[in-house]
Design a protein around this ligand. Structure first.
Ligand code: AMP
Length: 583
């Protein structure tokens, strides 16, 4: 029988990070040996060498578009060793938030292994500080459509690829994270119905739930917004033991009906607790009294949901989950008691070979920046153990899935070291940049501006449910457009106009400020969209094959993302133009 020991997981991690440099050389050697036969490497003339210096000299830095033709061939059924030595058996579709369409990526057994290693590592550290008992987890997880590529491979989101494996079930057992809902709910074909059933199953097992989880925090917030609408119906199902007629997917209906018994006492208790709550503050803590924390990725584009999540969680701690992507994992949160705003990820030096491109902010020479060096001056890539605390880098990795010197496009800051491996803080995605001419604003800048302006809504007890941005250059001069969905339509014109001015003033990037002052960028436009608009955007991404579990609201919608732009524009109910700069 397998015995899972938290101490040994922690010991293993400590051992692994003692000499991260050596681990990295070893990992690169293994990757290159395993995949030495791959056409991609063969062409680059490494000639069997596996040392970092030869690797860097022969292999170019790439982005997804460089590798896409190779991945397309794999998807089309070419089984020769193209990127990896072993054949690739399935394809992951990344969320494609930025480009507006999913990216194709190789999915391999090694990715499953590293996913389990990350899950176990962060759980071991988490459980040392916040031990959970035996029980279940209320997990808002959803699989996405599984389609076949031309070549007969399964293509689905990376999370679904993971959920489909045996190891996933095994690890969930090891780390006491078994989901309240049966598989038929997770793999259900209708996201809305799955969400309702997750809530219902969570309530049926309310005393057993040890924590609440979703991959990205947005799904938890979304789930509880839904709960506000359907809580009475959920109580009714529990009271009568009969599942609501809204659940029509036969397998889901059958599986959840099996768990339901008429339980009037439980229904009364839930009903009374809900009635006592003030504006749903602390609903999670109240309804799941044995839950120890709320868990999920809360950094990066999830930060804007933190306020609402804290509100729903009450005094339960929020714990931010690990850092990775459909392409591969990077680091685990081994300091679980840090608040989500300052969480860091310790890089696991055996799951890939990592390099870091130093990014320097040009000081006082904004007018000279060319488009090619958007926002940063890039240095030569350095190794994992050569990064410096306090500096920012773009991460590059090489892993067992056949991605060599792959630029993920994320900006990270080194916060410190755990033994000799760096602890990284997520800053933002590099490509998400609002820019008209010399101005450069990242996703983070946008988030800060929205937070600042949203403070003005507090007097009217309103909140920003979700937001995104666009650059409108259809007229001269171009200007920024910010779209807001609000929690109610009750905002007054005065307040919204002040919000609009505040947004404009909150982009403090020197390029933006100077362009606004001289009128080279027009007044910022704040567009309020109908309630439910961002839901429609999410549905659009789900239709494209995305999964709720991996959904991230696009914070910037480019001109080419016609469908999303149409959804936004069709739902605008009012617009305000900034008067902050007078022009
Ligand atoms: P996907 O394309 O769906 O695989 O998403 C991967 C991207 O999600 C990464 O490149 C990051 O930009 C973002 N991401 C993943 N994990 C985190 C995290 N812990 N914090 C912030 N952003 C994250």
């Amino acid at each position: 029988m397998r015995v899972f020991s938290l101490e040994s997981v922690i010991d293993e991690f400590e051992e692994l990070t003692k000499d991260a440099g050596q681990q990295q050389r070893e990992t690169l050697r293994k990757i290159l040996e395993q995949n030495g036969e791959a056409e991609y490497l063969q062409k680059l003339g490494l000639g069997g060498r596996t040392d970092p210096e030869s690797f860097k000299a022969c292999v170019p830095l790439v982005t997804h578009s460089d590798l896409d033709p190779f991945i397309q061939r794999i998807a089309n059924g070419d089984t020769s060793p193209i990127l990896t030595g072993k054949p690739i058996r399935s394809i992951s579709l990344s969320s494609g938030t930025t480009q507006g369409k999913p990216k194709l990526l190789p999915f391999t057994d090694e990715l499953v292994q590293s996913t389990m290693q990350i899950y176990r590592t962060s759980f071991a550290f988490r459980n040392r500080e916040y031990p959970i008992g035996n029980g279940k987890a209320l997990q808002f997880i959803y699989s996405s459509k599984q389609v076949q590529t031309k070549g007969g491979l399964i293509a689905t989101t990376a999370t679904t690829n993971v959920y489909r494996t045996e190891q996933f079930k095994c690890t969930m057992k090891d780390i006491q994270s078994q989901c309240c809902s049966p598989d038929e709910v997770i793999f259900g074909s209708d996201f809305q119905q799955s969400l309702y059933c997750h809530l219902l199953c969570g309530l049926i097992y309310s005393d057993e739930v040890q924590f609440v989880f979703s991959t990205f925090a947005h799904s938890i917030v979304h789930a509880f917004r839904k709960f506000e609408d359907v809580w009475e119906e959920l109580c009714e199902d529990i009271r009568t033991g009969v599942l609501s007629s809204r659940i029509t997917v036969p397998s889901m209906r059958a599986a959840v009906s099996k768990l339901l018994r008429p339980s009037p006492d439980l229904a009364d208790s839930i009903y009374n607790k809900c009635m006592m709550l003030s504006n749903w503050y602390g609903v999670i803590q109240e309804l799941w009294p044995n839950a120890k924390y709320v868990y999920g990725i809360m950094t990066g584009s999830m930060e804007p949901y933190l306020n609402k999540l804290r509100h729903y969680a009450g005094s339960l701690p929020l714990m931010s989950a690990d850092y990775g992507s459909s392409e591969g994992w990077i680091g685990a949160n081994v300091n679980p008691s840090l608040p989500p705003e300052s969480v860091t990820f310790a890089v696991l030096p055996n799951i890939g070979y990592f390099e870091f491109i130093p990014l320097e902010k040009p000081v006082g020479q904004e007018t000279e920046i060319s488009k090619a060096t958007i926002h940063y001056i890039e240095g030569e890539p350095v190794g994992l153990t050569e990064v410096e605390v306090g500096k920012e880098y773009e991460i590059v990795f090489t892993n067992f899935a056949g991605l060599y010197r792959y630029r993920l496009g994320d900006v990270l800051r080194v916060a410190g070291f755990h033994n000799s491996t760096p602890e990284l803080q997520f800053i933002c995605r590099r490509s998400l940049v609002l820019s008209i001419n010399i101005d450069k604003n990242t996703e983070k800048d946008l988030q800060l501006a929205v937070e600042e302006a949203a403070k003005l809504l507090a007097v009217e007890k309103l909140e920003v449910v979700d937001f995104t941005s666009h650059v409108d250059t259809s007229m001269e001069p171009g200007h920024y457009v910010i779209f807001w969905e609000l929690s109610s339509d009750a905002a007054t014109e005065d307040v919204l106009h002040s919000c609009c001015n505040c947004l404009d003033m909150s982009f403090v990037d020197a390029g933006y400020v100077s362009s606004r002052k001289v009128g080279a960028i027009g007044p910022l436009e704040l567009c309020i969209v109908r309630k439910g608009t961002f839901h429609k955007i999410m549905d659009h991404y789900l239709d494209l094959g995305g999964a709720m579990s991996q959904f991230k609201t696009p914070r910037f919608v480019g001109r080419s993302n016609i469908k999303v732009l149409q959804i936004l524009n069709r739902n605008v109910i009012e617009c305000y133009f900034s008067t902050a700069y007078g022009i």
